[in-house]
Design a protein around this ligand. Structure first.
Ligand code: PLP
Length: 305
């Protein structure tokens, strides 16, 4: 049964479970001081996780890429996430899992090898990176001046907290009266935005970049939905010229689903509202979720361990 102190969120930090507002990590942790951390976020809707195994597999791959090991297997992490959602009682939740490097052990050189890695996780009410109102009118995007950090330096397929470029892009969007931004790589190819993947639609063909971006789980879901709807979907390099000339654009993420775009750099796309294919994909995404697509139902009655 949910307990009232967990209603606004439940957290787990290195073995300790607390209400989310009380959770803390040490200031000396490299996860905080050096962004030496990886994470993943899975959503809960209608009381069920969405693509939980896909998120756990991506989280494991990210940890391995960064040589992080929290000393827990996927079954352990799954049980912790379940426990947090159960404690909160939330039917619509944003569930994050982080693996932090830790702080160097006393007396040892300040090297990441000398840290004990650990898991932090939390369940909180579902977060929309773009409000449903903005989604209904279509988001206003800009192409940011700041390029996405180079892949050779920070691998974008490893979910990370190196958000300096994405944060600058958000401020640029704000300064230009837009909702959010898309970033290009240094060669001018489309990558992704602050917390989402990007799709363009031209002549009924749906396209998304094959590089410079996270392999989003929602993006994977969109690719599957395109197949269900008989739409051609291509994962390939996307130029900014193509983006600017597209018939439709949309973005997608765990914290928002399929989010149509109606303006790019002030230019109205179509009729200044979500395009028909983007709207159909958005509708189908939520319909399939309601039907239990890729769902792992949560038993909220089970006694929390
Ligand atoms: N790209 C970035 C930089 C992100 O942070 C996210 C999600 O947070 C995404 C893409 C979308 O990924 P997913 O659909 O797995 O949430």
């Amino acid at each position: 049964m949910p307990q009232s102190r967990f209603l606004s969120g439940a957290a787990y930090v290195d073995g300790r479970v607390t209400p989310l507002a009380e959770a803390c990590i040490p200031l000396t942790d490299y996860g905080y001081r050096r962004s030496d951390v990886t994470y993943d976020v899975v959503s809960v809707r209608h009381g069920a996780f969405f693509r939980l195994d896909d998120h756990l597999a991506r989280f494991r791959a990210s940890m391995q890429a960064l040589r992080l090991d929290p000393g827990l297997n996927d079954g352990d992490i799954r049980a912790i996430l379940l426990r947090l959602v159960r404690l909160s009682g939330l039917r619509e939740a944003y569930v994050a899992m982080d693996c932090l490097r830790g702080a160097p052990k006393p007396g040892l050189p300040p090297h990441p090898l000398n840290c004990r890695n650990y898991l932090a996780a939390f369940a909180r009410p579902y977060v929309w990176v773009m409000s449903p109102e903005v989604q209904a009118r279509g988001a206003h995007l800009i192409v940011a001046d700041v390029p996405r950090i180079q892949e050779a330096s920070i691998d974008p397929t490893v979910k990370n907290f190196h958000w300096g470029d994405l944060t600058q892009a958000l401020f640029q969007a704000h300064d230009r009266g837009a909702d959010t931004a898309v970033l290009l790589d240094t060669a001018g190819m489309v990558t992704e935005g602050p917390g989402f993947n990007v799709f363009s639609i031209t002549d009924n063909v749906v396209s998304t970049p094959d590089r410079g971006a996270l392999a989003g789980i929602t993006r994977l879901s969109v690719i599957e939905l395109c197949a269900e709807l008989g739409l051609r979907c291509e994962v390939r390099p996307v130029t900014v010229t193509e983006l600017r000339a597209a018939d439709e654009l949309f973005t997608c993420t765990t914290a928002g689903g399929v989010m149509p775009v109606s303006r790019l750099d002030g230019r109205i796309i179509g009729n200044d509202r979500p395009g028909p294919i983007s709207a159909a994909l958005r509708e189908r995404y939520w319909k399939r979720r309601a039907e239990g697509w890729h769902a792992t139902p949560i038993d909220y009655q089970e006694t929390a361990s």
